[in-house]
Design a protein around this ligand. Sequence first.
Ligand code: GLY
Ligand code: MN
Ligand code: MN
Length: 442
Amino acid sequence: MQVQIARRARLIERMRAAGGGIAVLFNAPEVARNRDSHYPYRWDSYFYYLCAFPEPEAALVISVDATSARAELYCREKDEAREIWDGFRFGPDAAREAFALDAAHPIGELDARATSLLADRPALFYALGAEDSIDARIARWLAGVRAQARTGVSAPTRAIDVRAIVDEMRLVKDAHEIDLMRRAGTISAAAHLRAMRACAPGRHEYEVEAELLHEFRRNGSQSPAYGSIVAGGRNACVLHYRDNAAQLRDGDLLLIDAGCELDGYASDITRTFPVNGAFSAAQRELYELVLAAQAAAIEATQPGARFIDPHDAAVRVLAQGMIDCGLIEGPRDAAIESGAYKRFYMHRTSHWLGMDVHDCGEYREPGEPGTGESRPWRVLRPGMVLTIEPGIYVQAADDVPERYHDIGIRIEDDALVTTAGCEILSRDAPKAPGDIEALMRG
Ligand code: GLY
Ligand code: MN
Ligand code: MN
């Protein structure tokens, strides 16, 4: 629990700098799938980051003034009958001790205690506008405090989005997080390797997906970090392809975008390889272009660089390559300026990665002047983790050279910014064409 205590201490420090007040963070609700079956439970990332308590129906309340601070948990009570059906519940007493909190109470008492918790606090920190039900509950609490104004108490006059504070903390990963993300990267890389070995013409996308899931789970990952994309041939040109149902054809490529979640941390890897184990000339040409774009982007991923630098580096390589292949017209800078390359590369090269696959954190410097697109891109610092995922997607069309028709390629790795440059957390998944072909032959 030392990690969570340290994180709470940092939040407390920032709340104090903002004049103090009370923070309320709710864990995610359970969601019904149908009748009495539920989707697999996944706690709220912000809540879990600060206290690691794994049960639904829980709230973390942190009160801070100039000289003191207190963290309380509200959670389900012990319930022997329910525990026979659904499994262990901590209950407040055990939870307080196990999660190193100052106090813990039954969740059923939260609404009744809210008035006194909020009374005379200058500010309320919560996830503003995240959930209608939370906004409504907070409004009821505030009304409750205001109703007691004649007794002399005052209600918070400021609401501050607690996520904005925690986002900044989550953007730079601590040692505990880096260790988990390294392990998640290793497991996911092994899954991609397994998928390459299992792939053959005539098999189905879902059969290959099953290999990924097998490798995730047998290594202790709780689930995929997002819906796996297993896209053969032209399906790879659908950026969020999810059917994973088609039969794999000799001569096609297979694009797999899949990563596991390990103890709450995501990995996000894409590999593209030939279904029959050997790249055709046209496939190899485009593949090497994407690989070169990725190498340029990785080179640009270093402390002090801006978030957009890896993307710009990848786009320069891709645009020139598209011109050389006859996909678009040059010169390169004009093709970049006009956005002509976007016909075949329509997404960004990076996003933050962490507890959420598209992780939190602002992409532009919060402290610097400007608004919207005029604000400078974020400076990369050691401990930040981002994906590097250039691609090329060539839909068949009359004005496109036929040899490239229906080829979709993406190569995606996870990069931890270090003091020297970056560490590729997903490096165990092969991506050099020769390595892929050798592996698939073996
Ligand atoms: N798998 C989602 C992404 O690559 O962003
Ligand atoms: Mn990604
Ligand atoms: Mn991905």
